[in-house]
Design a protein around this ligand. Sequence first.
Ligand code: ATP
Ligand code: MG
Length: 254
Amino acid sequence: MTNILSVANQKGGVGKTTTAVNTSAVLSGSGRKVLLVDLDPQANATMGSGINKQKLENSIYELLIGTEEINSVLKKTRFGYDLLPSNRDLIGAELDLVDANDREYRLSDQISKLAYQYDYIIIDCPPSLSLLTLNGLCASSGILIPMQCEYFALEGLSDLVNSVKLVHSNLNSNLSSIGLLRVMFDPRVTLSQDVSAQLLEHFGSKVFSTIIPKNVRLAEAPSHGLPITHYDKSSRGNLAYQEFGKELLNRFST
Ligand code: ATP
Ligand code: MG
């Protein structure tokens, strides 16, 4: 069975793309067939996978509005996983789809055509609870929420969890699992420790045990168009995402 996971959090800059790209690279490095879906007009997952967003013939925009077939949008990356790339055109999708009656299911309908080819499909969502994110959630069986352990992080989290519940009951009953990943963690900050403890208290086993530390190599890698697996194997960032990959595989095989 294909596991389809949306990496989502309506807060900006919390590590969604870093998690989506590096998890895709780690899982494909361990022999899984992986598709990464860039659902953000910023196209950071596309660029971070070494694909130039300015040179795309077709992007996920054409796929969502129905003018191109999925095979003419799909790209192979140099890192083992495939990619549905994005660019700024995707900004227009929200407006173009506003009157379409199946507008939340455009992505789901398209990726279901080739989902059987993959073990994991990872969807990098934009920082909003928009129609694009809804398309991600409607295509997914799980949501992976990267969290920075800061004071306001918990506040946004309840909105997000409520949205997931609404999607589950109204749009996609397959959306059943929630996983929280602590990222950009700095153990020297007392507040981070406190927020982390609160997360564990509220969400228990939904919180992955792996913690992704703050690591400058993770921040540098995208500017070279490389996942951390290929930018710096020995970095703490790579070791943490490798560990996370194992935990994810464990969680989904049981
Ligand atoms: P957006 O909401 O804009 O899509 P995002 O949630 O996808 O952002 P990222 O782009 O992954 O967040 O990360 C935000 C910034 O933090 C980037 O510059 C990224 O390189 C950096 N970053 C992410 N994770 C780490 C980390 N563990 N250590 C250090 N820097 C990190
Ligand atoms: Mg992003």
